[in-house]
Unconditional design. Structure first.
Length: 197
């Protein structure tokens, strides 16, 4: 039997309209995790109201906005973090990126290294999965475009602050997907949630 984990599912679609596939994917992952006995929390970024960082000093010196403190605390306490988002202009939506910038403030995500040298990530011991939906075929994004924005997110944000392993799931041609395909994706999310993978 899988050891119960604390899981945070970040629904990164910035539109609160409930018809989006990302909302369903995130909800099914959370549902699968909860049914398996994990303590799972779903955070819909579209429902949150927070400012966008505009100055380096805000990242370096300012605390996490009060509105995001509950989300930050859940992520800090989590064993496994899942981020679901749609691919927009080749990367994640701006509001989703703004959420990550506010959550992973310098004092939240890093600690000073020996002799105040290169900072070290505070998220060690946590795993992550990134789930991306897109209009193009997933293989085209991964191999023709090199999954550049996903690799940047994995390497320069998640792994940089300590998450490991960081896994990914790409779902392509979502606008053309029929009911059977979508049903299979939702079942896959439940299975991943159950395994906390």
């Amino acid at each position: 039997m899988t050891t119960p984990k604390q899981i945070v599912v970040l629904d990164g679609h910035p539109d609160p309209n409930t018809h989006h596939l990302c909302h369903a994917l995130a909800a099914h992952y959370e549902e699968g995790a909860s049914r398996a006995g994990h303590k799972a929390n779903l955070i819909r970024i579209a429902d949150l109201d927070f400012p966008v960082l505009q100055k380096p000093s805000e990242f370096q010196d300012q605390p996490t906005p009060t509105a995001l403190e509950p989300a930050r605390d859940l992520i800090l306490a989590a064993d496994h973090v899942v981020l679901v988002y749609p691919l927009w202009l080749g990367t994640l939506p701006a509001y989703t990126k703004a959420f990550l910038e506010q959550i992973f403030h310098y004092d939240t995500a890093f600690e000073k290294g020996p002799d105040n040298a290169w900072p070290e990530g505070k998220m060690k011991g946590k795993s992550a999965r990134i789930i991306v939906t897109m209009g193009m075929p997933a293989l085209v994004y991964r191999f023709w475009y090199g999954a550049h924005s996903l690799k940047n997110l994995e390497r320069n944000i998640f792994r940089f602050i300590g998450f490991a392993p960081v896994r990914s799931t790409l779902l392509g041609m979502v606008e053309q997907a029929n009911e059977k395909t979508v049903s299979g994706w939702l079942k896959k999310m439940e299975d991943l949630g159950r395994k906390s993978a």
